[in-house]
Ligand binder design. Structure first.
Ligand code: ASP
Length: 309
């Protein structure tokens, strides 16, 4: 039995572990753990209190995957519901689909009986206003101070900064039966273009789990993980016989082909193999992750390996 998470997942570890300890499934554990992070208003990269898009709207992405069956569910650009991971779980359980976005995802959440609410907290709104202040020339705004529709693309390029992307929560669990599941939830890039999806809801990019080999889940610059299929690459390298750490390093080296200066490639991931070995890797030094294994009374924090692209 094992539960690992990005460092901001610490607030969800107890909820996930309680399920594993009661012989629950890895799938239930990662969903329950993720919900706690989505509830945390202090985490501005996930769920309620997440930073909004360019127009001040909180748009959430999440995905969940079951390694035993390769079933997956995901939602993208979901507005007005604080638990995208549970909507993603029900996509997995109830629909013949993998990914719902925007209005369709919100419609499904409503059909599930979830209550819509305003997710933009005063501190997140303040940060959004401050984040845009000074970055956008006056001519980008109309008389009411709103960014003009025809200026959105240019405003996105001026206002967002991939090097400031940091956050998103990752959980991977292995239950008592040996099954693996993974979950990812995020509010994505602060001040992103409305409708932008990152890697988190894209199965294979930000999230992948396969009982036969292992699982990986990413944080960092989502566009890069989409282009390089980073989470699936880790699992594919495991399938090809790489040891866990080598599989992660190989997936990071693949990012080098994307043509960016290495210092602009911000990527982190957590991973485990089917034997229960775990590790976490980042391009940035000083990052950590959390884990709990059998016999531990609570979770502990470990440093991430630093990998080059
Ligand atoms: N990967 C997320 C995204 O691109 C952001 C992050 O991890 O900070 O939406």
């Amino acid at each position: 039995m094992l539960l690992i998470a990005s460092a901001n997942g610490a607030v969800g570890m107890a909820a996930g572990w309680a399920i594993l300890q009661a012989d629950g499934t890895a799938l239930d554990a990662v969903e329950a753990a993720t919900r706690k992070v989505e509830d945390n208003p202090k985490d501005h990269s996930v769920g309620y209190g997440g930073y909004p898009n360019l127009l001040g709207e909180v748009e959430l992405d999440a995905s969940i995957m079951e390694g035993a069956t390769l079933r997956a569910g995901a939602v993208g650009a979901l507005r007005g519901f604080r638990h995208p991971i549970s909507v993603a779980r029900q996509v997995l359980e109830q629909l013949p689909h993998v990914l719902l976005v925007g209005e369709g995802a919100a419609r499904f959440a409503t059909e599930l009986g979830m209550q819509p609410e305003n997710l933009l907290t005063p501190p997140a709104e303040q940060a959004w206003r401050a984040g845009l202040a000074g970055r956008l020339p006056e001519e980008f705004r109309d008389a009411q101070g709103q960014i003009m529709e025809r200026m959105l693309a240019r405003a996105t390029r001026l206002a967002t900064d991939p090097e400031r992307v940091a956050g998103t929560v990752n959980f991977i669990a292995q239950d008592a039966a040996g099954h693996i599941a993974s979950a990812v939830s995020t509010s994505g890039w602060a001040w992103k273009y409305p409708g932008r999806l990152g890697d988190s809801p894209i199965i294979g990019a930000g999230n992948y789990a396969d009982d036969r080999y292992g699982a990986a889940a990413c944080t960092g610059w989502g566009e890069l993980a989409i282009r390089a299929s980073t989470a699936r690459s880790v699992v594919m390298y495991l399938q090809h016989g790489y040891a866990l750490e080598d599989a992660c390093r190989a997936a990071f080296r693949d990012l080098g082909a994307l043509g960016l200066p290495p210092e602009h490639c911000l990527m982190s991931l957590i991973a485990l193999d089917r034997h229960g070995q775990h590790c976490a890797v980042s391009t940035a030094p000083g990052r950590t992750y959390v884990y709990q294994a059998q016999g531990m009374a609570s979770h502990a924090e470990l440093p991430r390996l630093v990998a080059e692209v």
